[in-house]
Design a protein around this ligand. Structure first.
Ligand SMILES: [Fe+2]
Length: 585
């Protein structure tokens, strides 16, 4: 066991006569307010002595949420917890410091409903997306194969059976190449401080296997024989009506070599870093009561929700043909229920258009040691296992880069967290297969920036050396980067191949254009230095980007949140703050 000044405690219930009771909600399918009451609490009840934690039943590592019980002389009280249906039962514990005075009854969300629906393209590396096909993935509490019903009308006359997978704690240790570690079933010592997240190095376990919580059963089904460009209706889940999702709609992918205009969305760093009062682990959550720090005027309640709502409120979104989330997807960082919250967050978007993702340091890790899997670190030891399992277009934790062609655009998604050499070969082979007369535009997505005005240290130099000239030689149009939590557009960069710090704006080349856009919800950078490479920069604003693809040009537009006059919210939809248009070569 690694000692970090922390030991563990077991949850021992004192015999106090105190009781705590939770009210079982009815129709609990997503978020739900749960009433909890307590009585028989012995005095003294002093400031910050007593608190109540909501726990997933039989998962004692830490609470999911907590409330402080006000000091006073009352022996009873009542409160509400807003909790997500993550297919696990909940219980509540009444604490005085570290002592458990009372444990509640078990309450149970509706475990028959599927959740976490998300569409994605069927990809075959380097090849066009097969037209007439779309994948749908979802999660259930039981392993039985499910079915997607779909069709041009809400009769849903077509069906496809799902394949079912899951992952287990051993997958984390296998990925790291170490012996299995039993999941923890005892609580952290510092529970009573209500500040569970003690940094990236406080786990006994270098992977996130000790925090393991069963992720449910991950279904994927392929909807085939779709008419390109037609609107389809669909519903997924089990055979009984109570086991099925609502009916959603999507537009079938365009035909191969289609040269019509279209748009798609790109964004990065969608989760929220840091821990906030009342939460455990990372903080992505669509709970409006959260008070996230770091944003002007106190705005920041559910930043990720604000960005999602900004995208959904944008009238153009209904016509977007897919969305790319370019790494640092959920900021779960080893805390399993954060993935649950993330999928609940994005479901309104991911059920209406394919969601394609890249990975960043918070999925795989390479905080100090790029391009290898590191223990602990920025991903909390996830080693890419949850990301690769949940997004089936990511091949495996060892290979999280891919490409696809959609009409006039070829998109290459690279991983800055995996070895470069293989990806350089992949890039060369992939581009060599492209017919640029038919597919003129080339977009590269990668998480850590190659060019950025703030100092990103030696990692940028490694990436510059490996990729910049390759991108220039292959006429990449846009390099879309994340990681820094702001938006920046750089000039077309000229770089000295022998000194990667010797960079300037090119007067000759008009491409590739490097974009930094990590403004999708993680704590925003409120300031950042400008450099000679900066053409446009804004910080302290959440936002997202959209590509407009046309036969003769491609244009990136960035949209940013504008603070409403009440000073406490943002105006919807967002406003466009920057754009760049590149002519077809
Ligand atoms: Fe990052």
């Amino acid at each position: 066991m690694i000692a970090f000044g922390l030991t563990t405690i077991f949850l021992i219930q004192a015999t106090s006569g105190a009781t705590i009771t939770a009210t079982q909600p009815s129709h609990w399918t997503s978020w739900q307010n749960v009433s909890v009451s307590w009585e028989g609490i012995p005095p003294p009840l002093t400031l910050n002595s007593d608190w109540i934690g909501a726990f997933i039943n039989n998962y004692n590592t830490t609470y999911i949420k907590f409330i402080n019980v006000p000091a006073g002389d009352s022996s009873s009280g009542r409160a509400q917890f807003r909790l997500l249906n993550a297919r696990h039962d909940y219980i509540f514990r009444y604490f005085r410091g570290d002592d458990v005075l009372a444990t509640s009854n078990v309450i149970q969300p509706d475990q028959s409903k599927p959740n976490q629906g998300h569409l994605s393209f069927l990809t075959s590396v380097g090849d066009p997306i097969p037209s007439g096909q779309m994948k749908i993935s979802w999660t259930t509490a039981t392993p039985d194969p499910g079915v997607v019903r779909y069709g041009l009308t809400t009769d849903l006359n077509l069906t496809a059976i799902s394949s079912v997978e899951t992952y287990v704690a051993k997958d984390f240790t296998d990925c790291m190449g170490i012996s299995p570690i039993e999941p923890r079933n005892r609580s952290f010592e510092n529970l009573s401080t209500r500040a569970i997240r003690c940094g990236f190095n406080c786990y006994d376990d270098p992977t996130s296997s000790e925090l393991f919580l069963h992720p449910g059963y991950l279904h994927t089904a392929s909807m085939l024989n779709l008419f390109p460009g037609k609107k389809y209706h669909y519903s997924f889940g089990g055979n009984k009506s109570k086991e099925r999702s609502p009916i959603y709609t999507f537009t079938a992918p365009r035909e191969t070599n289609d040269d019509k205009s279209f748009t798609f969305l790109m964004t990065s760093d969608m989760g929220i870093g840091g821990i906030h009062e009342g939460e455990s682990g990372s903080a992505i959550d669509n709970d409006p009561n959260h008070n996230h720090t770091g944003y002007p005027n106190g705005i920041g309640n559910g930043a990720d929700v604000v960005v999602r709502d900004g995208i959904l409120a944008d009238p153009q979104t209904k016509d977007d043909e897919f969305i790319i989330i370019n790494g640092d997807i959920s900021y779960a960082r080893g805390w399993p229920w954060i993935w649950e919250m993330f999928f609940d967050l994005i479901q309104p978007l991911s059920t209406i258009m394919p969601m394609m993702v890249g990975v960043g340091n918070h999925e795989v890790d390479s905080h100090e040691n790029p391009f290898i899997y590191t223990s602990n670190g920025d991903s909390g030891g996830e080693c890419g296992v949850p990301a690769a399992s949940r997004f089936t277009h990511l091949t495996s934790p060892q290979k999280m880069y891919y490409s696809f062609t959609h009409g006039l655009v070829h998109v290459i998604v690279l991983s800055t967290e995996h070895p470069i050499k293989d990806q350089v070969e992949f890039f060369k082979d992939d581009v060599a297969k492209l017919n640029r007369k038919k597919v003129p535009y080339l977009i590269v997505n990668l998480h850590r920036p190659i060019f950025i005005s703030r100092n990103e240290g030696y990692v940028t130099n490694i990436l510059r050396k490996a990729y910049h000239q390759l991108f220039v030689d292959n006429a990449v149009d846009i390099v879309y980067q994340g990681h820094a939590h702001y938006y920046e557009r750089l000039c077309a960069v000229e770089m000295d191949a022998t000194n990667t710090n010797n960079v300037s704006c090119s007067s000759i080349r008009d491409r590739p254009i490097y974009i930094v856009d990590g403004a999708a919800g993680a704590e925003p950078d409120m300031t950042s230095p400008f450099s000679d490479l900066t053409n446009y920069k804004e910080f302290g604003k959440w936002g997202y980007s959209r590509m407009f693809v046309e036969a003769n040009s491609i244009e990136l537009r960035h949209y940013a949140a504008k603070i409403a006059t009440d000073g406490l919210s943002v105006e919807l939809p967002y406003t466009m703050t920057d754009s760049i248009r590149l002519e077809r070569k």
